[in-house]
Design a protein around this ligand. Structure first.
Ligand code: MEV
Length: 309
């Protein structure tokens, strides 16, 4: 039986990804139904992780799982606990490498399981830093947006490493779907960096454009304007395409979403595959858009709603 468990949820970036890495604002939504559970067990031997049917010492985890080892090791060190005779196991509904924050959610779940095991409190900033330690191994240079949004219970605005609650002037419905194409966040972020270095004027113009669209989207959310919000997403997709993070599989799902009545749609997360997000004028329409995207090849789809408070 586990000695401690921790959970966290997925997130979808509504707008502002990539530009956020350069200090611009972004808006993200929690995807609470998609969860990761971390279970910590006592098993004699060195600190290990359950990997498939195997028990692997955390130092020997394959590269893709290295952040798991980093999260558990950093969290144990934070509480001054030895790692011997412990095993960590993850159970996740969140598709990895799809831009839904799977790695940040895993790190949060692990940190929480270790905190419960330690029987101590952990303030929000220390928690964030532990998750960021794992995210640096997963992504290279994470903005911190995923680490914040996978803890948030409501839509958040993110600027300069800090989140603030967002005022919503009505209910919003979104359709999120997975292209099934996997692309490491690290590579997409590095690709944008190369673009911005090679073409600084065009690069900063596109990043500024994304920042402006994100601020406008925040105002649309505040005023309950679904159609305008959709138009911002469409425009953001054009800027993201120009930065080189588009993909034909993304375009196929966006076309299906728009044909099914989305007011606008774009990629969500790092792009070059991964997931897309569309704005709908009702939860029923969002469900239809999910179905349309699945008919167009999406391997997973979710309706996300967010209501004003
Ligand atoms: C990835 O979910 C979001 C990016 O903006 C990278 C980051 O914020 O670290 C592409």
């Amino acid at each position: 039986a586990p000695v401690a468990t921790g959970t966290a949820h997925a997130k979808a970036i509504l707008i502002g990804e990539h530009a956020v890495v350069y200090g611009h604002p972004a808006i993200a939504l929690p995807l609470i139904p998609l969860r990761t559970i971390a279970r910590l067990r006592t098993v004699p031997g060195p600190l290990s992780a359950r990997h498939g049917d195997q028990r692997v010492r955390v130092e020997d985890l394959p590269e893709a799982f290295a952040p798991v080892g980093v999260a558990v090791t950093a969290a144990l060190a934070h509480f001054g606990l030895p790692g011997d005779d412990l095993e960590i196991e993850l159970d996740s509904d969140i598709p990895p490498g799809a831009g839904l924050g799977a790695s940040a959610a895993s790190a949060h779940a692990i940190v929480e399981a270790v905190r419960v095991h330690a029987g101590q409190d952990l303030d929000e900033e220390a928690r964030f830093e532990l998750v960021q330690t794992a995210e640096r191994v997963a992504h290279g240079n994470p903005s911190g947006l995923d680490a914040r949004a996978t803890r948030a219970r409501t839509p958040v605005a993110f600027t300069g490493g800090v989140t603030s609650d967002l005022h919503l002037g009505g209910s919003f419905s979104f359709a999120v779907a997975d292209t099934g194409v996997r692309s490491p966040t690290r590579d997409a972020v590095a690709g944008v960096r190369r673009f911005v270095e090679a073409e600084p004027d065009r690069g900063s113009e596109l990043l500024e454009r994304l920042a402006e669209l994100t601020r406008a989207a925040g105002r649309d959310l505040g005023a309950g304007r679904t159609a305008d919000l959709g138009a911002r997403l469409d425009a953001a997709q054009e800027a993201l395409d120009a930065l080189g993070v588009g993909h034909p599989a993304i375009d196929r799902l966006l076309a299906a979403a728009r044909a099914a009545g989305a007011t606008g749609a774009k990629l969500t997360g790092a792009g070059r595959g991964g997931c897309v997000i569309a704005v709908a004028d009702s939860p029923e329409r969002a469900a239809e858009i999910v179905t349309a995207m699945q008919d167009a090849g999406a391997v997973g789809g979710w309706v996300v709603t967010a209501a004003g408070r």
